[in-house]
Ligand binder design. Sequence first.
Ligand SMILES: Cc1cc2nc3c(=O)[nH]c(=O)nc-3n(C[C@H](O)[C@H](O)[C@H](O)COP(=O)(O)OP(=O)(O)OC[C@H]3O[C@@H](n4cnc5c(N)ncnc54)[C@H](O)[C@@H]3O)c2cc1C
Length: 387
Amino acid sequence: MDLNLTDEQRAIIEMADGLAARHDPGAISWEEAGTYPWEFMRVLAEHELTGIDIPESKGGRGLTLLDSVLVIAAVAARSPHLADAVQGSNFGAVRQIATFGNERVIEDVLTPILAGEALATVGMSEPGGGSALAALRASARRDGGDVVLNGEKLFNSNGPHATHIVAWVRFGEGPRGVGAVVVPVDTPGFSKGKTERFMSGEGHCTLSFEDCRVPAEYVLLEEDGIPYALIGAMALNAYGYERVTVDVDLLLTREGLESFKTRHLGLGYVQKFPGSKGFRDTENGVTVDVVLAGEYPGDGLPKPVVFPDPAQAAVRGERTALLPLPRLIELKLASGMTAPHRLKDLADVIEVIRILKLPAELVAELDPYVREKYEELWRAAQAAERE
Ligand SMILES: Cc1cc2nc3c(=O)[nH]c(=O)nc-3n(C[C@H](O)[C@H](O)[C@H](O)COP(=O)(O)OP(=O)(O)OC[C@H]3O[C@@H](n4cnc5c(N)ncnc54)[C@H](O)[C@@H]3O)c2cc1C
């Protein structure tokens, strides 16, 4: 491994150091400087030192995170105050906006930041929610084509000078209900408190949202709200039949699948192959296979048992959404009965009956189409139990 800097990196460091030295060698600290180094932001933009590791397709320079770090280190060695401009245009909020922003956010917010004309701060911490970020209370709700925010943030770097806030807010319950919205500071209902200082001298202020309304396009991330149910081995595990699996089977509606693709493809998920309904999680390499509501189990041919709409059929637990057990058993029976290559589904049903000690009377809760098969497998399960 070659740990030496490249000639290009050495040239970037030299340029950053030279710009900082020429620009403002006097202002060492934040308190000394008093204001935000807007002028230096524009100098950085002119020299292509904003958005250093943001992809070129989004208006950045397409270099690496190490390149951004080399630049901030070079500038900070001259003046921490000027390094704020490197921070504001390369780290923190700007990366969140570049990663999750749609085309409108890129145009309205990212482009002016990279031009040295705007500045965003991360609004995560709250009175009562610093380390315990998943417990944050600021909220967002959709209202027509807008989202409406309420709550308060504090300890935000560059907050007093920011033109935009990336507000981390709660769309729903629990850690998964947390999302993020970009809020321009001139939005009615948004206000900043008085500037205070960290021990370093850097300024921060409270950020308040009172029925603060922004276009829904400014949502960076939100709770998916896509109805789903776990089926397959993960569902069997959740019901107590512990069986090994290497993939996840999900029941979605067609619209849910489209929505999932729009929001997540390229952001931690890739398609299994072009046009596939299934995905692969890029972090863990786990395959996610998708079955659509309205499809038929097993041989895929029309039959009385059909994959139901998860919005109606799924039961939401603490961690996941599942189909009620009779619905899951029904689908497995219909699958194993009609597709010779899916006999494993019948074996699963025998094991579920045996392990969960399901009664013969459960048959009354099943579709008539699969009742005879359930009775047969129930008897088989009792025989297995006697062995
Ligand atoms: C210079 C600076 C810049 C910052 N910039 C930003 C910013 O741009 N945006 C932003 O949103 N925030 C920012 N912050 C805030 C920072 O992220 C929070 O200070 C941090 O998350 C800690 O939260 P807290 O101060 O409320 O401490 P607390 O959460 O109250 O924690 C206090 C102490 O208790 C410990 N603790 C907390 N919970 C537990 C637990 N469950 N078990 C054991 N120990 C625990 C912590 O480790 C810590 O030692 C900034 C802070 C500083 C100092």
